[in-house]
Design a protein around this ligand. Structure first.
Ligand code: SF4
Length: 225
């Protein structure tokens, strides 16, 4: 039994990390703010437009305490835990709580496919709802919607008009604009012109925020930014 307990203990305190880096927040409500990103390795989804496929495999095993001290070295105010799909690693939950305990404003970028119920309530969840054109809409776990708090955010990456109409329907079906502080609509890079999405939003007077990915404009999506 002692052997089993050790394995459980390790899985809760060790993480596979693709990268830890300091950059400007590229998305969501804190866009433009200096932020430390902790990118966890691995994702069970395969969205057609994925821009972080380099985080699917590889990475370095790190103790949770080591991750916390690397983050602290940047003396940040904001920390974003991302992936891949960070919640695919059990130690993501204690990591999020430890970052909150350390006094940072912490956000979590998650695909919406894995349960968010156990995420520390101090964490701002940025929850994707995967649209039909992502190829992964069947993975959305809609039970997550009832776990959202007013400080959380919902994001749709929109690839085409059909995706837009789908997002509009979900916005209404789950009263998302009343449930969370921001509903973000982001045009899929090189698939939908931002201006087109902007015009659709205005024409329908949608209670959402158009989001352009700042890190793509600044650094063309190079890893480490
Ligand atoms: S959930 Fe995110 S990391 Fe995973 S495949 Fe989709 S876009 Fe890529």
């Amino acid at each position: 039994m002692a052997h089993v307990n050790t394995a459980v203990h390790q899985s809760a305190t060790v993480l596979r990390i693709t990268e830890i880096f300091y950059s400007l927040q590229g998305e969501a409500r804190t866009v433009g703010r200096p932020t430390v990103f902790v990118r966890l390795t691995g994702c069970p989804l395969r969205c057609v437009y994925c821009d972080t496929a380099y985080a699917f495999t590889g990475g370095t095993m790190m103790a949770l305490t080591q991750v916390i001290s690397e983050v602290a070295a940047y003396q940040p105010r904001y920390v974003t835990v991302t992936g891949g799909e960070p919640l695919a690693q059990p130690a993501c939950l204690p990591l999020l709580s430890a970052l909150c305990d350390a006094g940072y404003e912490v956000s979590l970028e998650t695909s919406g496919a894995l349960p968010v119920q156990a995420v520390d309530p101090r964490v701002v969840k940025v929850l994707d709802l995967k649209t039909p054109a992502s190829g992964e809409a069947h993975r959305n776990d809609y039970r997550n919607v009832s776990c959202l708090a007013p400080h959380d955010q919902v994001k749709f990456v929109v690839c085409d008009r059909e995706d837009y109409e789908w997002a509009r329907f979900k916005l209404d079906e789950y009263s998302l604009a009343d449930r969370v502080g921001d509903v973000l609509l982001s045009p899929s890079h090189e698939q939908l012109a931002p201006r087109e999405l902007a015009e659709w939003i205005l024409a329908d007077n949608l209670p959402v925020r158009l989001q352009l990915q700042l890190h793509k404009l600044l650094w063309n999506d190079e890893p480490g930014h």
